[in-house]
Design a protein around this ligand. Structure first.
Ligand SMILES: [Fe+2]
Ligand SMILES: [Fe+2]
Length: 305
């Protein structure tokens, strides 16, 4: 398995999880990917790792470009094991690498999980020179855990955004403009609705912290990389984090002998007669994560049981 060059000397070296159908209860009907990125500069830098079962895939992709032992830094933007699971394995292959993580939460989380490694903590505004390029660290707490941060490279105008702007989507193509855009927007919305919806205020704070950075590419931690629709996905995050709603109704119900179902039908029809598009969800027949995706932007919600 080979690395994919996304910019001169910057490679995607992640793993594609084609078969995953549930991400702790989130119905991932299109699989996912765990994205990691390798930057070749005076200091060789790996940004994030992958879920533990995919560690060999990560190593193989890195080794297709460079001897992994030459890695100087591993940036851990987020402690959750879908991004850090392969860290101990990579550290065993990168004897000179330092692990860069947020303080205090990243440091605390990685130590608790993986014990003592050569950590270096960073906070808001800290930068790391890796040669021709600089890396800036921006904390994004609760996107998706307290430790979360993103890494920005001003020379390349690339934001390594980890969980933010991601989608659970397995694809053989790495970029937004190589994929079906309507699928990407749906999966990005589903991801926001199911993973980040509770943290709208924190999402707004993160968007504010990023607002003055010129961004040409968002190299996400899951799914595809945004390069042609950076503004669009940013605007969608603005909309979702502010709770902007559309004239639409979601009717969700559970039923044993179809009585509640009859009420749900009547309610659905009533919305439609009033000119409000309505969707009808039998809770037993639909994935919760799809229902939540619809609820995110619907003005009306009817629940019956
Ligand atoms: Fe996460
Ligand atoms: Fe993640």
């Amino acid at each position: 398995m080979k690395a994919v060059e996304i910019r001169k000397d910057i490679y995607w070296v992640g793993a594609i999880d084609w078969s995953m159908r549930s991400f702790h209860g989130y119905d991932t009907s299109r699989g996912s990917s765990y994205n990691a990125y390798l930057i070749l500069d005076e200091k060789i830098t790996l940004i994030d790792t992958v879920k533990e079962p995919f560690k060999e895939e990560l190593l193989e992709r890195v080794a297709s470009v460079i001897d992994p032992a030459k890695i100087d830094y591993i940036i851990s933007n987020h402690v959750e094991p879908d991004h850090s699971g392969a860290l101990p394995f990579m550290m065993a292959h990168c004897p000179n690498a330092k692990v860069i993580t947020s303080i205090p939460q990243g440091l605390k989380g990685l130590k608790a999980r993986y014990g003592d490694l050569p950590y270096e903590g960073v906070k808001a505004g800290d930068t790391l020179s890796i040669g021709k390029r600089t890396l800036q660290f921006v904390p994004t707490p609760m996107l998706h855990w307290p430790d979360s941060m993103v890494t920005y490279c001003p020379e390349e105008k690339i934001l390594f955004s980890n969980d933010a702007f991601g989608q659970h989507l397995a694809s053989g193509s790495r970029f937004d403009d190589e994929n079906d855009l309507s699928v990407l927007y749906y999966e990005a919305k589903k991801y926001y609705a199911n993973i980040l919806m509770l943290y709208g205020r924190q999402a707004q704070a993160a968007l504010k912290a990023l607002k003055d950075l010129p961004i040409e590419m968002i190299a996400t931690g899951h799914g595809i990389i945004w390069r042609s629709h950076v503004q669009e996905i940013h605007d969608l995050y603005e909309k979702w984090s502010h709770g902007a709603l559309e004239k639409r109704a979601v009717v969700v119900f559970d039923t044993m002998w179809h009585s509640t179902e009859q009420m749900a039908r009547t309610i659905t029809e009533a919305f439609q007669e009033k000119g409000v598009p309505a969707v009808f969800y039998d809770l037993k027949e639909n994935a919760l994560s799809d229902i939540m995706t619809d609820i995110l932007t619907s003005e009306y919600l009817a629940v019956g049981s």
